[in-house]
Design a protein around this ligand. Structure first.
Ligand code: GTP
Length: 367
């Protein structure tokens, strides 16, 4: 199949790896299936790709693969054709891409989109493909700018946007030569995918891209400073979910209108409870009288009892937050029970199914 090269019809979504860093919050749920704005996170990526004209998507995974197919099926309900490929052992990002090459239908010069499965972004996907076609690159990368690049590999470019190097995380201020980082979305010329070594772990950032540069290949960067968030931590997940609800992170898959809150059908919210800041209340969840919930995700079946105050926190499925309890930047595992009159703050994580008796923990003084 040879196609219009300013339009990618195929994509690979990388949703495997060493495991989900959201454990133990959602014990058996791989990160792409954790709800963000009321639907499994992956739904947003699939819907955005579809909106950009992609028709065929291969999900490359290596763990808990069996949860994807029952939910998304053949993709036809989203207007997509979905295929699933499971690695026996994680093959790394490059190895996973190579491992699905036989499922691609594109001709050797055609563009194939590749997305990391744990990134929430407003990237102009068509724009990336157009940049790729115009520059004639072998691989094009979405680059984003970050304020503090120390935690990331850096990707400097020349004045034409051509990538000049892939640098490991900078250790000293002198090594911070750019604020541009790899944002986890690429367009590969199909033939480049076929040239990745098969059957062994390969990292695109540490092996494929540097090797391509060394052999004189053309790697083009497109800096797009749109919304971008790495959902590597539960707190980032809560932020991303709220931003989807607020409309800051664009997705056609948000069920309902964007606004201050998203309350899924069958949730029960007391008339005087206050939900703000992109809060999501999952199916069957209950928010009690006078409770105030801001910027938080309350998963299915959870209970936030009367008078509780929950800010920028994640309350796991079927968990219970007792009366007048205060949560701020907290993560409460599935089925955990937090008794009344507790105060939990600043990154605290409560294990799934744990029980905290009433009045056990506070941060504020006794005065
Ligand atoms: P490497 O580049 O292979 O070393 O991986 P990394 O650890 O730098 O990748 P990262 O953890 O940033 O993951 C990027 C995306 O690739 C995420 O969406 C992961 O789910 C996915 N991913 C990472 N490793 C694998 C893998 O071995 N197999 C598959 N299918 N996906 C992976």
């Amino acid at each position: 199949m040879t196609q219009d090269r300013t339009q990618a019809q195929e994509a690979i979504l990388l949703v495997g790896g060493k495991g989900t860093r959201l454990r133990p919050l959602t014990v058996n749920t791989p990160k792409p299936m954790v709800p963000a704005a009321g639907v499994p996170f992956l739904t947003h990526q699939l819907a955005r790709a579809r909106a950009a004209g992609v028709e065929h998507i291969v999900l490359a995974t290596s763990y808990l693969a069996e949860v994807f197919e029952p939910h998304f099926g053949d993709g036809s309900s989203m207007g997509l054709h979905l295929e699933y490929v499971t690695e026996e052992e994680p093959l790394g990002t490059g190895g996973a891409i190579r491992n699905v090459a036989s499922r691609l239908r594109s001709g050797s010069d055609d563009p194939v989109l590749i997305f990391n499965g744990d990134i929430l972004t407003g990237l102009d996907i068509r724009g990336l493909v157009t940049t790729h076609a115009r520059s004639g690159a072998d691989v094009s990368l979405h680059l984003t700018r970050v304020e503090d690049p120390r935690a990331f590999g850096l990707v400097p470019t020349d004045e034409h946007g051509r990538v000049t190097a892939f640098l490991e995380k900078p250790q000293t201020p002198e090594e911070i030569v750019t604020d541009q980082i790899n944002a986890g979305a690429y367009v590969f010329r199909r033939s480049v995918i076929d040239s990745i070594p098969a059957g062994r772990p390969v990292s695109v950032e540490r092996e494929t891209f540097p090797d391509l540069l060394a052999t004189g290949a053309h790697l083009q960067g497109m800096v797009d400073s749109t919304y971008w968030l790495d959902l590597g931590t539960p707190h980032a997940f809560v932020r991303g979910s709220a931003d989807l609800v607020l409309g800051r992170a664009p997705s056609p898959a948000v069920p309902g209108r964007c606004g201050d809150r998203l309350v899924l059908p069958t949730a029960t919210v007391a008339a005087d409870a206050k939900l703000t800041g992109g809060t999501v209340v999952g199916a069957g969840a209950v928010i009690g009288a006078g409770a105030r919930v801001s910027g938080s995700t309350i998963l299915d079946g959870a209970v936030v009892a009367a008078g509780a105050v929950v800010t920028d926190s994640l309350v796991g499925a079927r968990a219970r937050v007792g009366e007048r309890t205060v949560l701020s930047h907290a993560v409460i595992g599935d089925d955990a029970v937090i008794g009344a009159d507790n105060e939990l703050r600043d990154g605290v994580r409560v294990w799934c199914e744990a029980t905290l008796p009433a009045g056990s923990i506070r941060f504020s003084s006794d005065q």
